[in-house]
Design a protein. Sequence first.
Length: 344
Amino acid sequence: MLNPLQLSLPIPLLGILLAAGAWLSLQLVGKRLPSGSLGRALVLRSRLSLTLTILVSSTAWWLLSLLGPELLPLPMGSMDVRNELIFIGLIWTLLRWKGEIWRKADTYSQQVFPNLSQRERLYLFDLSDKLLTVLVVVIISLELLRLLGTPTALLATAGGFGAAALGFGARTIVENGLSGISLYINRPFVVGDLIRIPAEDVNGTVQTISWFYTELRDPERQPIFIPNSIFTVKPIINVARIDSRRVWIDFGLRYDDRAAIEPIISELREQLDSNTSIDHDKSAAVHFVGYGESSLNLRLLCYVASGDIQAAWDLQQELLLRIGEVVEKHQAGMPFPTRSLIRG
């Protein structure tokens, strides 16, 4: 007569075969998808978690069936434990997907949202990352509590103690958490934006917006971690949202070149009107603004057609070169301060 062990041996063997089949199937499907695509990355990322889920759940089901309720009393049967392990494996797969998506968020966001700007794409990916994390944590917590047979009264008591702890000793954590939620609702900035906090003398590019703090990367590439509560009480300058940058250039002429002021101004204005890099919906001007100690002071003012800082630098360089050419063309010159020392 066969013992229960002999009758149950096909279960783990079947689990091994199913796990191997799942791995090979995912491998074949993934290799057929386009290289670098989000679908291929997610399929290949699922291999480890799904394979181990099949192995662990089948092995646990087999062992609990052998032990029986007399040797290992459980609030649920072996079938329910197997189902819970499969559930946890699927959650693990979702978390691995989340990690893969965020690892190449910019690349994958272009595939999913090709018609949106980079700023909007990264915001949607960042928001979905946070929402998925919260959902997974809540589902896992509730499912594990149900598996352990936790009474509802105990949950209510724990919730009461948790609320008291928040009220007495975790006010800062609550403030930072609520401020983090506010950042996602109001969106004063998103990942990738360059921001400045004048009151704290801090500026940098936003790397991560978490629930309790925001990570910036300053111009020297140093990470800066800022509590989210600061953003609700301190003014924030979002440099990335500048629609057009101002170019302001002060220059001077020699006092002997006063007759050349008007023709120089006239020609520079013509060049501004014909320059396609300038935003012509905003005022662009060249004026004589005063008599300096050693120069006739002029000022050129215009706005770049975009908010890109590199475009502003390029336009400023171009205009500085044009100013020099126009001044030289009209046989004028730019003075430099001189000082005469008379020895007695």
